[in-house]
Design a protein around this ligand. Structure first.
Ligand code: PTJ
Length: 248
């Protein structure tokens, strides 16, 4: 993974390993250089959250799993950061909930698109969408507007792991259910999400999969009760309290 060995006894072992994954992603042409800055921002919030999944984030992850299982056409949007951080976990989640994987980039280049598609395939993905780009998200004038018409264009539920906020807003204006993972509860994407998940993608993605596995046998009514019982405002407030007051 990297030529630098980190001893497992290091108090910030996980965090340092994560940094190396992002660094590696940049070297492989998967992650953008801006992705390094985004990672640094995320780390600061994660540090304040105690680098753990809070109770309210876990409830959001369960609600996200219920949305996935209720969806007709769920899609997981993949950018250069998540592709580097948890490719195998994304593929596994897609399999468990029957979602499509679609690469969608802010700093879109044909080379990065292809590198991420190949990387996901190396981690077990069969079909990866995003290269066709025959659909558009209305109201966006940058590269993130480009989507596959039969992918994000057609989705009813979209998982959006860490990104800049304007696509998240545009997707919710299209009436899509948006599940957003972002360590900053004040970010625009978290603020406009149907389900804001304030947690590190590294922990959030496998935990959504775990909940989805547990909920697989649940009835529609049970899943709807989980979705209806989730309070997005309370989740955002709990995350902000955790960060400001250490109240985790
Ligand atoms: O691969 P691309 O070209 O699509 O670009 C992706 C990035 C992430 C570089 C781009 O979307 C970007 O610039 O994002 P921002 O505006 O820096 O926002 C990233 C958000 O994700 C911030 O609110 C961070 O706190 C948060 N974040 C960073 N790392 C993580 C995270 N949230 C969850 N888990 C993380 N590991």
């Amino acid at each position: 993974m990297s030529d630098i060995e980190i001893p497992e006894s290091h108090p910030r072992y996980e965090s340092l390993l994560t940094r190396h994954r992002i660094e590696d992603g940049v070297e492989k042409g998967i992650t953008s250089k801006q992705g390094l800055i985004a990672q640094g921002r995320g780390e600061a919030f994660d540090y304040l959250l105690g680098e753990k999944t809070t109770e309210s984030a876990d409830a959001a992850e369960r609600a996200a799993a219920a949305h996935f299982l209720l969806a007709e056409h769920p899609v997981i949007s993949v950018n250069g950061n998540v592709a580097a951080l948890c490719p195998g976990e994304l593929v596994e989640l897609a399999e468990v909930v029957g979602a499509d994987l679609e690469v969608n980039l802010f700093n879109r280049t044909p080379e990065r698109m292809q590198a991420i598609v190949d990387h996901l395939r190396e981690h077990g993905a069969e079909e990866v969408k995003g290269l066709t780009a025959d659909g558009r998200i209305p109201g966006l004038d940058h590269e993130r507007a480009k989507v596959d018409a039969d992918g994000i264009g057609d989705a009813d539920v979209v998982l959006v792991p860490l990104e800049d906020g304007d696509r998240a807003e545009a997707l919710s204006e299209m009436g899509k259910i948006e599940l957003v993972i972002d360590l900053n509860p004040l970010s625009r994407s978290a603020q406009c999400a149907t389900v804001p998940i304030v947690d590190n993608v590294i922990r959030a993605v496998p935990n959504i999969t775990r909940h989805a596995r547990e909920l697989k046998g649940a009835s529609r009514e049970e899943l709807e009760a989980i979705v209806d019982g989730f309070d997005r405002e309370a989740a955002l407030a709990a995350a902000e309290r955790a960060i400001r007051d250490g109240d985790t």
